[in-house]
Each structure stands twice: as C-alpha cells, then as structure tokens.
Write a protein that binds this ligand. Sequence first.
Ligand code: NAP
Length: 241
Amino acid sequence: MTKLLILGGTTEARLLCEAVAKLNIDATVSLAGVTTTPEAMALPLRTGGFGGPSGLTRWMEEHDTQALIDATHPFAAQMPWHAFAASEEISVPRLRMLRPPFQTHDDVKRVANLKDALAKIPPDRRILLTTGRRDLDVLAERPDLTVLLRTIEPMDDLPTNATALLMRPPFAVAEEIELLTHHRIDSVIAKDSGGATASKLTAAHKLGREVVLIDRPEQPPGPLVQRVGEAVAWLTHVVGF
Ligand code: NAP
C-alpha cells in the first residue's frame, strides 16, 4: 500500500520527500529514470515510466493510492497531463507543485521554443545554451552561431556548431559573469525553469547581454502550489493525512 505517490525529478520533490518522511505518511516517490546518478531520496523509490495515463492509473489502484503530488519539472510536458488524467479517472486527489518562474528584467525576450529563440538571435553571435539536450537539431539551421551548450551529463551527438560544457548547478553570479566573459558570450538562451539557476540571467543583465527565455508548457487545470510547505498543508488539511 502507498497512501501517497509523489512524482519527482526536481529539487523541490526531494525536499517534499524529506518533509513527508517526517510526517510518517506511507509514501513512494517516482522518478523517470533519466538521470544516471539521482540524488538519494528520503522515501521509498520506484523508477521508470508507468506506461502512460492508464499505467499510472493501474499503479495507483494496485497500491491503494489515496493522494498524488505531481512535483515534476516545470518543463516536463507530458507527466503532469498523465497525472491529471489518471487522478480524474479514479478520483484520487492530485496537487501540482510547481516552483515559481524566474523573476526577469524587462529586456528579456520570451518565446515558445528553441526554434523561435534562435530566430531572435542576430547573425554570427556566440550563445550560451542551457535548454538541455532535446530538440537541438534546429541548431543546424543556424550554422553562423557558435553555441556553448551547458549540460549536466555528457552528450553523444553534439551539433557541429556546438561545444559542450559539463557543469552541475548551482552557479554563483560571479561564476556566471566569468563564464560569459571568458567565452565572449553575446546571448543566453534558457528555459524559464525557475529555481536555483537564475544567476545566469542576473549575470547576463549585469553585462548587458541578450537573454531569450523559453516559456513553460501549459499546466493541467486543478490545484497548484509553489512551495513544499503548501504541499504539506494540502496533505494535512485537504487530504487529511
Ligand atoms: P515528460 O515529458 O513529462 O515525461 C516523459 C515520460 O517520462 C512520461 O510520459 C513518463 O512515462 C515518464 N516520466 C516522467 N516523469 C516521471 C516520474 N516522475 N516517474 C515516472 N515516470 C516519469 O518529462 P521529461 O521532460 O521527459 O522529464 C523526465 C523527468 O525528468 C521528469 O520527472 C522531470 O521532472 C525531470 N526533469 C525534466 C527536466 C526538463 O527540462 N524536461 C529537467 C529536470 C528534470 P510514462 O508515460 O511511461 O509513464
């Protein structure tokens, strides 16, 4: 039996697990299994996809799940919708925990995806790209750009105009200023992930460098909180754990 299922993959999910463990709620945290070295969790862990919304429904039924907290990443585009569909199907209370977006300056350009971001960049620029390893084929359409691609884990198929920079956040503003200066970066393209990586935006602003931010995907309807404390309050006051 698992009274509570937490869909993880974020720092906030890991912190929520710590809070839930202290409450002695019978809970399981789930990770997609995309990270080779995930951080230790304070709750029992299951790993890997459920097999779509029906697989998630089945898992929750089999484990007699009474509440679901979706604490996946702001750019996890599918899992929040699977969580929504599965919880509606079997009437399990669901909460989306989503960290606040970045607080940005007025000069930040906002776009829907990487292709649109590249369209905003003037010719022959040097770019710091922090949007992850997906959808990078569009870089081939801009061979004039020199791209420094910052990732946590190594990549096999780097686009020809990109160089990988393996670094693990968080980064101090001073480190980001040093990086942007050292690599003569003109523009930063990032996702509006929120969280601990805002320092690159502060650094770019201080140096007067262009910032293009990719907006978050749409979230399913329903209750949404931004912080661990609010999720714990939902568990005690709304679900009644
Ligand atoms: P996604 O598009 O929403 O999910 C893709 C598939 O991965 C889902 O359909 C599901 O497979 C499986 N999945 C996702 N989260 C899961 C979880 N917590 N437990 C079990 N299965 C899960 O998400 P994504 O962008 O591929 O990201 C995968 C994971 O990495 C997420 O948990 C997310 O929190 C984390 N993450 C994502 C980003 C990002 O920028 N996208 C950044 C940092 C961390 P089934 O349909 O088979 O159930």
